[in-house]
Design a protein around this ligand. Structure first.
Ligand SMILES: NC(=O)C1=CN([C@@H]2O[C@H](COP(=O)(O)OP(=O)(O)OC[C@H]3O[C@@H](n4cnc5c(N)ncnc54)[C@H](OP(=O)(O)O)[C@@H]3O)[C@@H](O)[C@H]2O)[C@@H](O)CC1
Ligand SMILES: Nc1ncnc2c1ncn2[C@@H]1O[C@H](COP(=O)(O)OP(=O)(O)O)[C@@H](O)[C@H]1O
Length: 487
């Protein structure tokens, strides 16, 4: 972002101080949508770098928006001061804003404000907080006020491993500039911010797009570029035949959910390889889906008629299933492997080495650790996923609130869709069905995973607008509407 910042200032008719002003305006616009009571007392904590400069500009703007009770605290913990901070300080001197210089965190006796704006340190953080900064962050947290952070909560590293003992400011909301920070997508970030919003500040988009990075945020426009409409004169054969090997006596639901999701995502034909005991359920609930009774199966005959094969949801672990998995891997055609398929792989590390290239693994965190060993942080987990995806030439879909899709080329695609209302059993089975369906329709493995995760999460988001909890069946049957809206 710093490079983008410099490029924008150098190549667009905008001075650095004006960019800061734009950032402050964007922050205030978003802030005012949440906090419109102008009688509230607001304490704005400013460092002396550009993050602090933003804080000063924000104070100025809030005053001109009718807020009367603004108090700015300036940390005087270092002699360095940025140019734009200095300019904004001069501007603020001319206003009626109350200012307090903090030479030590201990000078702050108690914070009487209703709201706090944290503009102490932003993306310039280059070492863990210590000394006066750490003490001030602790005092802000102890005040238990609603905190809005500017760009980044003070003490939060935008990228890289997050320390387990976070000692920075804990914000209610972070309003960040132009692009979300990668670490906002890591579960550990909840210690630093409960939520985040990205606001546009006019940085050069073309330049951002051209940046050499391994991290990509999936956006609606990417999905629209990938999705293909149904073609005139097409028929069921056009959209591929998916085979879903799933379900067991007590977990037939997993097979039904995967198959249902596969159906609503548009595969031309679907066969569910299920135990005999599930036949009535399948025929009753999903009459469109064909059955391949699985009893004692150790290999799939005639596998070439399937364009995509998924194995795992609710499958159960047994020697027969292990042989089945082994025989599928031996065919050397890409597979989608989930749940018990992954658990069996974890027990057979030799099979991991033989995975067909461009297979898709869809582990949640525990399944991932069973496969590749324990990890201490999400950043570490993500690095292993990237390494393994590249080494094995496979796609790894690391599931969570925000799912990371690691490509065989070592890139990471971050899926921003999904909602806590989706945290219920069966949701992963649905995702497997969706991805398998896209694969059957001849999307590449990476695109099938990207489309699958984005649309699965977006369907959940949409339903969560009106539901406290969104069930897996609701998501499965809502997928088709979502795709239609995107196309
Ligand atoms: N990019 C954009 O698009 C735009 C960005 N904008 C804004 O600029 C912000 C980035 O500003 P920035 O670069 O001046 O850094 P900032 O966070 O204020 O830190 C300042 C100094 O703190 C110091 N320091 C670091 N870690 C420390 C520690 N642990 N403990 C103690 N000190 C520590 C370090 O000094 P040093 O250690 O090098 O002596 C550093 O120089 C960004 O978040 C956004 O708000 C917008 O205005 C416009 C568009
Ligand atoms: N809080 C959440 N926010 C967004 N998505 C979620 C959340 N909780 C679960 N999900 C999604 O639901 C799915 C859960 O997968 P998994 O744990 O394998 O479920 P199951 O095994 O019960 O089918 C993943 O795609 C995950 O991204």
């Amino acid at each position: 972002m710093r490079q983008v910042d410099e490029f924008t200032i150098a190549n667009k008719p905008i001075a650095s101080i004006d960019l800061m002003e734009k950032a402050a305006r964007a922050f205030v616009q978003s802030f005012l949508r949440d906090e419109f009571d102008t009688s509230k007392h607001i304490a704005i904590f400013c460092g002396k770098g550009n993050n602090g400069g933003d804080g000063l500009a924000i104070a100025h703007l809030l005053l001109s928006n009718g807020y009367l009770n603004i108090k700015v605290y300036i940390t005087n913990f270092s002699s360095k001061q940025s140019t734009d901070f200095t300019i904004n300080l001069q501007r603020l001197e001319e206003s009626r804003c109350k200012k307090v210089i903090l030479n030590n965190a201990a000078d702050l006796k108690n914070i009487k404000a209703d709201l706090i704006i944290d503009a102490i340190l932003g993306s310039g953080l280059n070492k863990p907080l210590a000394g006066e900064y750490a003490e001030l962050a602790s005092q802000i947290n102890k005040a238990k006020k609603k905190v809005y952070a500017v760009d980044v909560p003070t003490g939060f590293f935008a990228e890289g491993e997050l320390p387990s003992n976070y000692n920075g400011v804990s914000a209610f909301k972070t309003i960040c500039f132009q692009r979300p920070k990668i670490n906002f997508f890591m579960p550990e970030s909840v210690l630093a911010t409960e939520q985040f919003e990205v606001v546009e500040i006019g940085l050069d988009e073309d330049f951002i797009e051209k940046q050499n990075t391994d991290f990509y945020l999936i956006e609606v426009r990417d999905i629209k570029k990938i999705l293909k409409p149904r073609k005139l004169f097409s028929h069921k054969g056009t959209y591929g035949h998916a085979l879903i090997i799933a379900g067991n006596t007590n977990t037939m639901g997993a097979a039904l959910l995967s198959s249902m999701a596969c159906l609503h995502t548009g595969a031309g034909l679907i066969t569910a390889c299920i135990p005999q005991s599930g036949l009535i359920a399948l025929n009753t609930i999903l009459p469109e889906v064909m059955a391949l009774p699985r009893d004692e199966y150790t290999r799939i005959e005639d596998q070439h008629k399937y364009q995509a094969v998924a194995i795992g949801p609710g499958l159960g672990i047994s020697t027969a299933h292990e042989h089945l998995l082994e025989s599928l891997i031996a065919i050397n055609r890409p597979l989608v492997i989930d749940a018990d398929g992954l658990n069996m792989l974890a027990e057979r590390q030799d099979l991991i080495e033989k995975l067909p290239q461009y297979s898709i693994l869809t582990p949640h965190m525990k399944e991932f650790d069973r496969l590749f060993g324990e990890h201490n942080s999400w950043w570490e987990t993500l690095q292993t996923a990237r390494t393994q995806a590249r080494r094995l030439k496979i796609v790894i879909v690391l599931k969570n609130q925000f799912t990371f899709i690691c490509s065989p080329e070592g890139k990471v695609y971050i899926n921003p869709t999904g909602h806590p209302a989706m945290a219920q059993g069966g949701m992963g089975d649905v995702l497997t069905g969706v991805i398998t369906s896209f694969l059957a329709q001849k999307y590449t493995a990476l695109n099938a995973a990207i489309l699958g995760c984005f649309i699965h999460g977006q369907t959940g988001n949409e339903l969560a607008d009106n539901h406290f909890v969104v069930t897996a069946s609701q998501v499965a049957s809502g997928i088709s509407t979502r795709i239609q809206q995107l196309i």
